[in-house]
Design a protein around this ligand. Sequence first.
Ligand SMILES: [Fe+2]
Ligand SMILES: [Fe+2]
Length: 443
Amino acid sequence: MNKESKDNILRTINSSFQTRKLYPPKHPSVIGTIRRLQQLLAEFLRTKNKLVVAMVNDELIFDDVPVARGREDYPDLFSRMNGKEIEAIIFEKGVSERELIAFVDTLLADHTGVDNLKRELSKSGVTHITLRAVGRGKGVFLRVYNDAIEVVKDTMNDIRMGKLPRAEPVKKVVGEMAELVLSDSSVMIGLTMIKNYDTYLYNHSVNVSIIGLSLGSFIGLEGEELEVVGTAGLLHDIGKTGITEDIIKKPGSLSYEEWEQVKQHPVIGERIIKRINGIKELVSRLVYEHHVRYDRSGYPELKGDVHPLSMIVTIADSYDALTTLRVYQKPYQPSEALKILKGLSGKHFDPVMVEKFADMLGVYPVGTLVRLSTNEVGVVIKANPVDTERPVVKVVYDRDGKQLKEPFELDLASSPSAPQIVGSADPCSREMDIGEFFTKEVG
Ligand SMILES: [Fe+2]
Ligand SMILES: [Fe+2]
């Protein structure tokens, strides 16, 4: 990409705003500028799937490269992005003149808030231009993930030391995770692939919370109910603080007595949570019930009904455990884990909820390593709700099996001739750490 065409695109975006401010939409100047912009974008998107125009600290970034020119050169583009708190405008392959004019009009109208702008764009049928809000850069996802790890660690340490933990940090971080799940659940689900063997319990707790929040929001929960699911996910194994570490970390099978102890953790957890001021009562019930199972074959014994929201935590708990490497178990690929859950549908898990979970994850869930028809190998980074067999992948190995220095994104739904997934590949045999991959993705 030469400097000139980069400048051309930015200048034409800028003049699209300028001309539309002066003339009605059908005016030849407006039509001419938009047409020119569409042509320049189409030219650029011949070899790429998308163009990201971003603004970081008042600096313009074009396709990941900072632009030397600035505010004076593209004043209208700057004022639109700053004024509307837009961090990035993403143009995707296939963007049309009609979409561009709707985009320009939407950004010139009085709407504020990126969420509102997005709604307006989608109402106008714009599907190839997306916006990202300031502060929603991917770095924030990892920051919140790490904050959540700290919160679980502090909470469990407080309990170990006989102190009653505080509810505020838990509530704050669950709120932040919920917000990020709503803004981009794929990025959050990607982070649940971080499985730290040494701090298993902390990572597992955060992962269960994220997976629970994603499934919860997918089935339409919001507000307090979503908060309850997220909090229960984060604290579901808190009762393990009451069990000796040797048993928790024991690699081999447990003796009868040891197993009886482990089975106490939901009961201990419920008791602790009930004592924490500010955590909703329902959270303790979900924690108590997270191993009961749909057919009641689990523990502890329960007289009444299992709460429907408990089934979300149970599924999230099992999914994360299955996809995690442990002494006695090789991790399952996300797609394999999903198959196991489906096999236990109606037994351990509520069939309706498993069905929803499968719909949410797609055939190849985020984090699955897949082989393409080109023999390239990639990681699924975003599900495709319309055609679950054609998600967005990041290609990491070329067709000869060589690891790419610069992995690239490939939307398998972008064209009928795009490569297809032929099957999943084993990350272990390639010594690939999917968690580390996602950490880099957002870092
Ligand atoms: Fe548990
Ligand atoms: Fe668990």
